[in-house]
Design a protein around this ligand. Structure first.
Ligand SMILES: Cc1ncc(COP(=O)(O)O)c(C=O)c1O
Length: 490
C-alpha cells in the first residue's frame, strides 16, 4: 500500500557552514523521518525541484541526497511516480526514535514495547502465553486489592516458596524459602548483593567479553571492575587470580556465558570456587539464561555444588518469561543471608503484589516449566533456521551463542554504527564490541537474537542486513568475507 507522506521539512535546519555537506544533512533528515515512521513504506517524497526550492539549495543537492538513500535501499525512484520510500519491514514502536538520539543510553534498544527483528533481551512475542498470563494477572489484581497492608519486603511468602521449589527442581539448589529474596530483576539483585558484600572501593572480576550493564552497575556503585578474559571454557580463572587475587567478588554467567553462550567448564568451576573459598571472596552467579539452554541439559548452578556457601545466586524472569514481569530473585548463601536480608529490607522495595501473585501461580501450577520447555524447542528451531539462512547467503562463519547467533565482522568494523543504522529497517542487531572491557582485543560483530525471527521476515531481514554490511566503507575492498575463523568471539 502506498501512503502520502505526512512529512514536512520544518525540522530540517541546514547548517551551511557545518562539516556535513548539505546533501548529507538532507539524507540524514529523510533517514530519521523513516526511522520515526513519519515517512512510511511507499510514501512519496517531494520532487528534487520542489524540495530544492523549499530549502533554497541546488536541485543537484537534493538529487545527491536521494541517490545516497537509494544506494542504501531506503528509497526507490520510479520515473514519473517520483521518489518513494522503499518497501521496508513494518516499523516497530522503538523506531519512533531518531538513530542519533539512540546513541547514548546502554541498552536503549530494550525499551521498545514491540521488539525489532534480531533484538536481544526480549522473548518471542508470538509465543508468549498472553491469555493465560492475563487471566492469572486479572485474578491476582483482584486478590491483591484486598491486601491493603504492608507487603513483605523480601517478597510474598507464597512466591518465595514457589521459587525455592523451582530452583531445587530446575537448578538443583537446596535452599529454604527464607533464603529467597524477591527482587525486580538481575540489576536490583546485583545492587543488593554489592551492598551486602560491602564491595564499594574494592575490585570485582567481570567477564570479558561480558554484559556491559554489569560493568556499568559496578562503576556506579564505586566498585572497580577487573576484566577477566573468557575462552571456550568460560572465565579464565587463572588470569584473574594472577592479576587481582584479592578481588572481593567475581560476577559470572556460568550456565550460559553472555555473550558467547559457553558453559563454564568443570575445572574452571572448581578453580573459581577454590579461589573464592581460600580468599574469602564472593561469587555472584548471574543465572539469567541457564534455564534456556538450547542444546541438551542446562549446566548445573554453581550455587548447587561444592562451595555453594560462597555463591550469591541471582535469577530473573525477564528472559524466560518477559521483561514486563519485572521480577527476579536472590538465593542468599547462609553465611551472608542475614546481611542480604537486612540490606534488601532497608533498600529495596518488593515488586508489585499482583505481579508476584500471578507469578507465584504461574510457577506452582506448572505453567512455567511447560513454558520453558516450549521456548527451548522454539528458540532452537529459530536459531537453526537463522543459521541455515545465513549459510545459504554465504555467511558460514556465523556461530550459535545462546539465544543469539553471532555474526563476526572484520576487526575495526563499526558495528555500533551499523546497529543503529539497521533500525531504519526495523532490524535490531546488537553490536558485539561494547561487550569488551579491555582484557582482550575487542571483536567487531553483530549479535542476532533468535527469539523474534519469524519465518515470514527471515529471508528479507537477512538480505537487508547483509546488504547493509556490504555497503559499509570498511567493505570497500570487496564483499563480506566472514569465513575467516579469526572472527570468532575468542
Ligand atoms: C547477562 C545478563 N544478565 C542479566 C540480564 C537480565 O537483567 P534484568 O533481570 O535486570 O532485566 C540480562 C538481560 O539482558 C543479561 O544479558
Amino acid at each position: 500500500m502506498q501512503h502520502d507522506a505526512p512529512w514536512t521539512t520544518d525540522r530540517l535546519k541546514l547548517e551551511r557552514e557545518g562539516p556535513a555537506t548539505l546533501a548529507d544533512q538532507i539524507a540524514r533528515h529523510v533517514e530519521v523521518a523513516i526511522a520515526e515512521g513519519a515517512l512510511q513504506s511507499g510514501g512519496r517524497l517531494p520532487s528534487w525541484r520542489d524540495l530544492a526550492a523549499q530549502l533554497g539549495v541546488a536541485r543537484g543537492t537534493v538529487r545527491a541526497a536521494y541517490e545516497k538513500l537509494s544506494d542504501r535501499g531506503l528509497l526507490v525512484t520510479a520515473g514519473s511516480a517520483g521518489t518513494r520510500v522503499a518497501d521496508l519491514l513494518p516499523p516497530a514502536a522503538s523506531s519512533a526514535k531518531a538513530p542519533a538520539e539512540c546513541l547514548e543510553p546502554l541498552g536503549s534498544q530494550y525499551r521498545s514495547s514491540r521488539p525489532l527483528v534480531f533484538q536481544m533481551g526480549v522473548p518471542a512475542q508470538d509465543a508468549f502465553p498472553a491469555t493465560l498470563w492475563a487471566r492469572l494477572h486479572r485474578q491476582a489484581v483482584q486478590s491483591a486489592s484486598l491486601r491493603t497492608g504492608h507487603t513483605d519486603p523480601l517478597g510474598l511468602p507464597d512466591l518465595r516458596s514457589a521459587i525455592a521449589s523451582h530452583v531445587a527442581i530446575a537448578r538443583g539448589i537446596q535452599c529454604s524459602p527464607e533464603q529467597i529474596i524477591v527482587t525486580s530483576g538481575f540489576r536490583s539483585g546485583l545492587s543488593i548483593a554489592l551492598h551486602a558484600i560491602g564491595a564499594a572501593g574494592k575490585q570485582a572480576w567481570v567477564e570479558d567479553p561480558g554484559y556491559p550493564v554489569t560493568r556499568l552497575a559496578l562503576a556506579m556503585a564505586g566498585v572497580h571492575p577487573v576484566a577477566v578474559p573468557v575462552d571456550d571454557a568460560g572465565l579464565v580463572v587463572e588470569w584473574g587470580r594472577d592479576r587481582a587475587p584479592h578481588a572481593a567478588l567475581a560476577i559470572v554467567t556460568p550456565g550460559q556465558q553472555a555473550p558467547s553462550g559457553v558453559a563454564l567448564a568443570e575445572h574452571r568451576r572448581a578453580e573459581l570456587i577454590h579461589w573464592a573459598s581460600s580468599c574469602g571472596s564472593w561469587i555472584i552467579e548471574d543465572d539469567y539464561l541457564a534455564e534456556l539452554h538450547l542444546a541438551g541439559r542446562s549446566p548445573g548452578a554453581l550455587a548447587a555444588g561444592k562451595g555453594a556457601e560462597r555463591v550469591i545466586h541471582i535469577g530473573t524472569f525477564s528472559k524466560t518469561i518477559a521483561p514486563m514481569v519485572g521480577i527476579g530473585f536472590v538465593v542468599a548463601p547462609l553465611p551472608l543471608a542475614r546481611r542480604l536480608i537486612d540490606i534488601a529490607t532497608a533498600l529495596s522495595a518488593p515488586p508489585n503484589t499482583a505481579l508476584q501473585l500471578a507469578l507465584s501461580t504461574f510457577l506452582s501450577d506448572g505453567h512455567y516449566l511447560r513454558h520453558l520447555r516450549r521456548m527451548r524447542r522454539l528458540y532452537a528451531q529459530r536459531r537453526l533456521r537463522l543459521l541455515e539462512t545465513l549459510s545459504r547467503s554465504g555467511i558460514g562463519a556465523a556461530v550459535p551463542a545462546g539465544l543469539t547467533v553471532l555474526l563476526p565482522l572484520p576487526d575495526g568494523f563499526d558495528d555500533q554504527r551499523l546497529s543503529l543504522d539497521a533500525r531504519v529497517f526495523s532490524l535490531g542487531p546488537a553490536p558485539l564490541s561494547p561487550w569488551y572491557a579491555g582484557a582482550s582485543q575487542p571483536r567487531s560483530g553483530l549479535m542476532l537474537a533468535v527469539a523474534n525471527v519469524l519465518d515470514r521476515h527471515l529471508e528479507q531481514s537477512c538480505r537487508r542486513l547483509l546488504a547493509m554490511i556490504d555497503g559499509y566503507p570498511e567493505m570497500a575492498s570487496g564483499p563480506i568475507e566472514l569465513g575467516c575463523g579469526q572472527c570468532e568471539v575468542n
